[in-house]
Design a protein around this ligand. Sequence first.
Ligand SMILES: [Fe+2]
Length: 385
Amino acid sequence: MEKENLGALRKFVVPEFVFGWGARTLLSQYAKNFAFRHPLLVSDAGVMEAGWAEDAASRLRVTNVPFSLFSRLSPNPRDHEVMEGAEFFDKEGCDSLVVVGGGSAIDTAKGIGIIISNGGHILDYEGVDKIPLPIPPLLCIPTTGSSADVSQFAIILNGAEKRKISIISKAIVPDVSLIDPETSSTMDPLLTAYTGMDVLSHAFESLVSNASSPITDLLALEAIRLLIKHLPPESGLSDVSSRERRSAMMLSSLQAGMAFSNASLGLIHAMSHSLGGLTDTPHGECHAILLEPVIAYNYEAAPRQYELIGEAMGLALGENPKETLLSFIGELKQRMGLKKRLSDLGIIRSDIPRLALGALMDPCLVTNPRQPTLLDVESLYERAL
Ligand SMILES: [Fe+2]
């Protein structure tokens, strides 16, 4: 089944990337190629503990390139952390950014780059195409599968308002990404499950997006097929460290990342950003809670796309494809141990208007196949309570 976007006018932008086991070892070579004089190495506590930041540092040392380390960032990075990072970049005389980590570290590095080139405050750049000047050279070594290393998105938490802002611009597409599945082998099962939910959400949202294209469809469908095929067959994620599984997950994340970066996202991410901003809940956990109500809401606006999703998952869709898809996603979540609802995060009914308002302000909503009202979004959050 084909979609009707064959002749749509679309631009497709991705960074240069090297994918494969051991890709991170090319850092020294790339540091030379890019003639880095003094990179800011951005990482976070968990990645440093796992040894991946030191691994990168040792590869910079062999090239005799001095570097400074910045790791004062939270799992949902705050605006003030970006501003402190930019100040540190200046103080240390840095000229480039090397980031080793998940979406939080990469988004922080993007934010630092924005301030270094454009000045002002990071919250000034919320929205689409608000960055006039290109950022300093940015090299990423992703460790989770957030796809921030190939995307034109950065998500930063407005700490005072407890609201996540989305910055979307081709100016923050990294210059190169060294995507090494081995770096994801230190992720624990729960983070792996959250990442899986994020990858699926990227693929779903790019497929039903109003800005999808045949190229992004191809990538998103293959990401779904690959991820579902390589998820552990039984409950739990005990076999998460196998090389084949890790490579498949990282590859599906890359494919979904290239898809969503160019087709953009939708209501799942808009509602997850608002929820994560208020509660500091991990991004993928927010998706797990919101995925089914949003798919149920969007389904009639993009039924053929959802059928393609079901087929990519290998489902026999039968008479009621919507119910088949939703019940499969429910089973998948059970299998991955993702059972929480909004009330488990401490959300009560009176929080919902604020959450819904935040979601409606999120630029990810622009490409959702159905434009919800405030009441619609409130009732979706209520269904997830
Ligand atoms: Fe995401």
